[in-house]
Design a protein around this ligand. Structure first.
Ligand code: PLP
Length: 217
């Protein structure tokens, strides 16, 4: 695989579903990848990256941001409340707003730091007990609570169950976004980003298909 092939496949998927060219944003998921792989993708012009761990991102990105103009960082992993300060300071978007206690912390940090990462609400579309995210039924109430805190989430994010067809999950997320007046849909990973694009994804999160397999060693 690699960056160029993925960009070509995204463009083809946009065209196939009548989407405007460039309407899908590619988030290159660089968690635990060796620095030289990330650096070569930066050299190739990619600027939007996703990370799962605040501490890892804090260690890697300040340097790259100095060397490469226009880097945009997206937090796509579960966010602990005690990392809210660091996350608001570092990230341009947070895809994993999944509970009211975190919403409170983020609102507080956004006010304090005068920095406003774009927010996505994570939805547990598969109703999986072990997975983070708001249940579909709870979304309207949660959104209202977020707005009450002064937050203005602009989109939804999901991670479909590991097995089975992701399509119904993409469809559910799209319907929820439409019903709740939200523009952005963060869905689709290496294995399924094309079907996510067909269902309206605005942000796809692709890691291993760009960088190669992750080695958690
Ligand atoms: C790691 C991760 C990805 C990237 O997964 P790949 O299968 O390597 O593309 C996407 N989204 C989330 C939330 C992740 O944690």
């Amino acid at each position: 695989m690699g960056l160029e092939q993925i960009k070509t496949r995204i463009a083809a998927a946009e065209a196939a579903s009548g989407r405007d060219p460039g309407s899908v944003r590619l988030i290159a998921v660089s968690k635990v990848q060796p620095p030289e792989r990330v650096e070569s993708v930066l050299q190739a012009g990619q600027r939007i990256f996703g990370e799962n761990y605040v501490q890892e991102a804090q260690g890697k990105w300040p340097d790259w941001r100095e060397r490469f103009e226009g880097v945009e960082l997206h937090m796509i992993g579960p966010l602990q409340s005690n990392k809210a300060r660091a996350a608001v300071g570092l990230f341009d978007a947070i895809h994993t707003l999944d509970r009211i206690s975190l919403a409170r912390k983020l609102a507080q940090q956004i006010a304090e730091q005068g920095r406003s990462p774009q927010l996505f609400i994570q939805v547990n579309t598969g109703d999986e007990p072990q997975k983070a995210g708001i249940l579909a039924d709870e979304l309207p109430g949660f959104l209202a609570s977020c707005r009450g805190l002064g937050l203005d989430p602009k989109g939804l994010m999901c991670i479909p169950p590991e097995t089975g067809d992701p399509l119904p999950h993409f469809r559910l997320l799209r319907r929820l976004a439409r019903e709740n007046g939200l523009q952005n849909l963060s869905m689709g990973m290496s294995a399924d980003f094309e079907s996510a694009i067909a269902e309206g994804a605005t942000h796809v999160r692709v890691g291993s298909a760009i960088f190669g397999a992750r080695d958690y060693g």
